[in-house]
Design a protein. Structure first.
Length: 493
């Protein structure tokens, strides 16, 4: 440890150097502006490491008691804002060591760094921080899913135009369309839970890359910090960031799923569609046009999705060319996921409020549901049930669309003679008019009774299944990853 002569900062390296870093290098190396967020996790790691040093005989019982008391006082000062990084602090680890030495003194405080490196520290801290926030994000996602479930229940039998290529395709229940957004969000929660199983390994004890010679027990440290196991390879533990990159992908995927829903809400909220009205509390106005009511939450979410994709892409680009073992490039792993977490924890409560308070225009949805020749597929499938091969049924239904389109009418406006003439090659004239059985929105929707279909009974089943999935996923969202509480007694047991 060396003191900088120009200020009160310390350095965690420097014995073989004749001078401190240049101002330019110091500015480039500085990371407290973003990694101070890890201070609480760092102090927790220091407590566990102190106890490991005690068990290995490198701290006496009295020293351990005083070390834990000093760490408690450091935590108090951090929490109150009394202690914070200064300009000379290179990173949060350097700042916290400075704070500990100020409280415990050089002789005792200087013992804590034995058997650990900033390499294994930071690799562990980022996992601790992300594991905790993954649960927060999972809970916020489940709140949004429940808002979608509630809207789906309220939607009841209301139908709307289902679309492909943004063109009218087939009538679907509004609830079916809403639940199509719930399932990807549930998968996002499952991804976070699956990710946590891989992140649940502590790199503490890996040292700079090769482990330690001091007889420290990394499994005990892992347990105290909330991990079930220790990383299997010390080089991998300190240098791999696939766990961070995987989290960044899940976060970006959440952003994409939210963006898709945002796009739909933005379109539905236009005057041309007028399917939904947003609550005043979740909309904004214009500084110049008094009539405007803008879907800003959806638009901001759509924009931030691109930002989160950029975070992921930048991180992957940083990682792709690194040799195995720690390199300073890995300092770049944190800002990407810190940004993603910050965006999601801000977006999701606002987005959920917007969804929960939306009001749909059921009458307009029902009016639009069968338009645009959306019942054409029902005609084709009715013909199939009458024995017509689908290749021909498709052509015959298309012929009905062409005829209706030429007259500027909808399919149900065609006459019985129109249907009889169109189907003459395949069906008797007295059978053809029976096609009207399927020329209704309710008939179309109710007929799609297969698993996952839009029939009311199937939609009610998926709503119930989604609620069960929410209840099951809540166990992860409400779980803790912070480990067992340490015992500030100086005991080595």
């Amino acid at each position: 440890m060396t003191k900088n002569e120009s200020d009160d900062g310390i350095a965690l390296w420097g014995g073989r150097f004749s001078s401190g870093p240049s101002p330019e290098l110091a500015k480039l190396s500085k990371s407290t502006q973003f990694d101070w967020i890890l201070a609480d996790d760092d102090i927790a790691g220091s407590r566990a490491h102190a106890r490991a040093l005690g068990r290995a005989g490198h701290l006496s019982a009295d020293e351990l008691t005083r070390m834990e008391a000093a760490l408690d006082e450091l935590q108090r000062r951090v929490d109150s804002g009394e202690f914070a990084p200064i300009e000379a602090d290179e990173d949060e680890a350097t700042a916290l060591e400075r704070g500990l030495l100020d409280i415990a003194g050089d002789e005792l405080g200087g013992k804590l760094r034995a058997g650990r490196s900033r390499n294994d520290q930071i690799a562990c801290l980022i996992r601790m921080w992300l594991r905790r926030h993954s649960r927060t994000i999972a809970g916020l996602l489940l709140n949004l899913v429940e808002a979608l479930i509630d809207q789906s229940k309220k939607a009841g039998h209301t139908a709307m135009p289902g679309r492909t290529h943004m063109q009218h395709a087939q009538p679907v229940l509004l609830a079916h369309q809403l639940m199509a957004h719930a399932w990807p969000l549930l998968r996002d929660v499952q991804r976070l839970s699956d990710w946590d199983a891989r992140a649940d390994a502590s790199p503490y004890g890996s040292g700079a890359l090769a482990g330690n010679t001091l007889g420290l027990d990394p499994q005990q440290v892992a347990t105290e910090l909330g991990f079930s196991r220790v990383t299997d390879n010390s080089i991998d533990g300190t240098s791999s960031r696939d766990v961070v990159a995987e989290f960044a992908f899940v976060a970006a995927m959440i952003g994409v799923d939210l963006s898709r829903m945002s796009e739909e809400i933005i379109i539905w909220n236009t005057q041309e569609f007028a399917f939904v009205k947003l609550d005043d509390a979740y909309s904004t106005g214009s500084s110049i046009m008094p009539q405007k009511k803008n879907p800003d939450i959806a638009e901001l979410t759509r924009g931030k999705a691109g930002r989160m994709i950029g975070d992921l892409t930048g991180l992957l680009a940083t990682l792709k060319g690194l040799p195995t073992a720690y390199a300073r490039d890995l300092q770049e792993d944190k800002e990407a996921v810190f940004d993603q977490v910050g965006q999601l924890e801000t977006i999701l409560p606002a987005f959920t409020g917007m969804v929960r308070t939306m009001v749909f225009d059921d009458k307009r949805l029902e009016e639009e549901a069968p338009t645009g020749f959306a019942l054409a597929t029902d005609i084709a499938e009715w013909l199939v049930k009458k024995g017509v091969p689908f290749r021909h049924a498709h052509e015959l239904s298309g012929a009905c669309v062409k005829l209706a389109e030429s007259r500027g009418v909808e399919l149900w406006d065609l006459t019985d003679d129109d249907f009889a003439t169109t189907f003459a090659q395949f069906l008797p004239a007295d059978v053809s008019p029976q096609v009207r059985e399927v020329l209704s929105t309710q008939g179309s929707v109710d007929s799609r009774k297969g698993k996952g279909g839009t029939a009311y009974v199937r939609v009610q089943e998926q709503i119930a299944a989604a609620q069960d999935a929410v209840d099951a996923a809540s166990a992860f969202a409400s779980s803790t990853s912070d480990g067992s509480a340490y015992k500030p007694t100086g005991s080595l047991n």
